[in-house]
Design a protein around this ligand. Sequence first.
Ligand code: BG6
Length: 515
Amino acid sequence: MSTRTAADSCLLVIFGASGDLTQRKLVPALYEQHREGRLPKGFAVLGVSRSDIGTEGFRKKMRESCIEHTAFDEASWKSFEPLLHYHAGDATKAEAFGPLKQTMCELAAAHNTGDNLLMYLSVAPQLYEPIVNNIGAAGLVTEGQRWCSLDRHTGAWQRLIVEKPFGHDLASAAHLNRVLGRVFEEEAIYRIDHYLGKETVQNLVVFRFANAIFEPLWNHQYVDHVQITAAETVGVEGRGAYYEDAGALRDMIQSHLLQIMAVVAMEPPNTLNAEDLRDEQRKVLQAVRPISADQVSRAALRGQYHGQGNGERVPGYLDEPGVAKDSNTETYAALRLEIDNWRWHGVPFYVRTGKRLRRKLTQICVYFKPAPHSLFRGTSPTAMKPNRLKINVQPDEGISLRFEGKVPGNDLKVRSGVMDFDYVQQFHGQIPEAYGHLLLDAMSGDQSLFKDRHELEAAWRIVMPVLDHWKNHPGSDMHAYPPGSWGPNASETLFQGQGHWHNPEGEQTRWRRDG
Ligand code: BG6
């Protein structure tokens, strides 16, 4: 996340180009970067998929998506469209790579991309291994040499972006890392987590380390606990088959939320270089206290949405297409984690996520310890609310600090007030799509917002005892919750009587932690 160096010319090959991600996120993000003039001079996109839609069909679909997802304008589309190409083929078959490589060579020459190749795996995870093996066997990864017949450009790179899910558990993630490592150097592998590309997550690093006043408080002496929430209103959006196999813990916590937690909790890195930043984040994840099998029911909670709630007329999870009628997949998951290091000793980190919740929001709440003693007659220390720093990752991107103040009037009454920082208003900026930023980083060789293999495996290690326990005890502790709620009430029990989940609809009214 250091100041960006210019993106190198390259050919971007997207495997899985007819999929949702390419259409809804990747191409719109590239189009936005093109409008801003940030794409490199020599650049082209080659979408690869089995369906026979042809370049014209591909462009048409992408145009519709850009109209829907971006501030579209015809003139910039006209100059962007010729950069998009399509090749029909089954990349899991070695024989598909002959014609594919031929098309790639032609495009590299036509668009002056040189031998730099950025390949994006946006396919079902079971296809990663055959595709990567085929990439290797086709001689596309040459580490600084030419892979096609161009007779210029030495020092070329070939890089791979891998989408989540990265493995299904620790063993499969470690296996995938080995598979990738046989074809690509670690420096050429970009494991993407689009939450790291979110502007507000990056701002968290600036907030923590560009301001001297927060860092002295950012530890077990002053912080009582931290809550990280990623709530979604959508259901599984036609991805029932994928979701059945994933569930909320894998889909959101193992990846995005543990990553956010690592940024909240890490030590100041020596520099913002990828190596230093990722080292500090990995150390946090490695310091998380393992949840032992007999502690799972106290430290983890799962739920599934059922029925109708708050006037919502939506199918329950078990009625979603692609979902088994007796599914044990959780659509809500919450964990209580502790980080065993000097800074965070005894400070619980609560993370939760769910589909079909009341509002779409991602939020970090840092609760500070309450004042030890009340000077105010009639107001006990426990009735006064503790200071709380709330960081809205999305939407309403911003930061607010809650503090106690005197209510105007003759009586000495204490009440909470908030200081608010609205990101868009104060910086007069639009919040850009995370993928654009990350794609440009990959083109310029900056890995700082991508995960390294150790960090990823550490995140799997944290959730494995819970996944194993839930698998071995199907349905036994699955809590139903109505769509449009904030999840199962039972998830309050994770707090063990000390605190509550923040209710974004109203301020936390019952505070019972006594210091
Ligand atoms: C994806 C998950 O990684 O993140 C989805 O697979 C989820 O299930 C999505 O909906 C949420 O991303 P965002 O950026 O909309 O918060």
